[in-house]
Design a protein around this ligand. Structure first.
Ligand code: C5J
Length: 223
């Protein structure tokens, strides 16, 4: 294993054959100006700034032959996989399962639930449909990673403090090493973006590593 990512809190060695890219929840309802996130009054440009860096990492990962996976947060149309507590949370007038600007909110098969065209999965790249914030909960993600012999995860996506952090913590407890790509993640709240990344790399990398997309692309290209 001779390659390494230049990262914080220290460089992370990796073997491309044992490294996967996972892109978390880059869904239309979170990122598009006419989506659910925008409807709630969020500034989606803060999330959209992650698209180009994410695309650069995706292109580099594909060029290097890495295993690439995508996730989507959402539920079955009958909401049988949505805990009542999640449905009730936030006391929203319009929430999960209700009609939003791009179909029923966070429901599989609806336009808003799907991945943005800029980062659309290629044939053969698994899409993990997850009912929770973490990508390991109630999914076959771990099985898919173990079957490929994956040890290191490059993590991009949204939002940094919610689904990215939850997934990284789940992965860390399962023995995976996670590198979070700072500019390829995003939050509607600048303070949570900063803290979300700080929390990953704090205390000697208690949950993982953090690096900008340029460093990840360079390492994948062997520069
Ligand atoms: C994600 C959320 N993907 N914030 N979801 O972070 O509810």
């Amino acid at each position: 294993m001779s390659k390494s990512f230049t990262a914080e809190p220290y460089d992370l060695p990796f073997d491309p054959a044992q490294t996967a890219l996972i892109i978390i929840d880059m869904q239309r309802d979170f990122l598009e100006p006419g989506g659910f996130g925008a409807m709630l009054g969020n500034d989606v440009s803060l999330l959209r700034s992650a698209i180009a860096p994410c695309r650069a990492v995706l292109d580099a990962a594909r060029a290097s032959g890495l295993f690439v996976l995508h996730t989507r947060e959402g539920h079955a149309p009958d909401l049988a996989d949505c805990p009542p507590s999640k449905l009730a949370r936030g006391r929203l007038e319009t929430g999960i399962g209700d009609m939003g600007p791009m179909g029923r909110i966070l429901i599989r098969g609806e336009a808003g639930h799907d991945i943005i065209p800029e980062l659309y999965p290629s044939a053969g790249e698994p899409i993990i449909d997850k009912p929770g914030k973490g990508a390991f909960f109630a999914t076959d993600l771990e099985l898919k990673l173990r079957n490929k012999g994956i040890r290191t995860l490059i993590v991009c996506g949204v939002t940094t403090e919610v689904c990215v952090n939850t997934t990284v913590r789940e992965a860390n407890d399962r023995g995976f090493e996670c590198l979070v790509v700072s500019d390829a993640t995003g939050s509607y709240f600048p303070e949570y973006q900063r803290l979300g990344l700080e929390l990953i790399k704090a205390q000697g990398g208690i949950f993982g590593w953090v690096a900008p997309s340029a460093a990840v692309v360079a390492a994948l290209a062997g520069e």
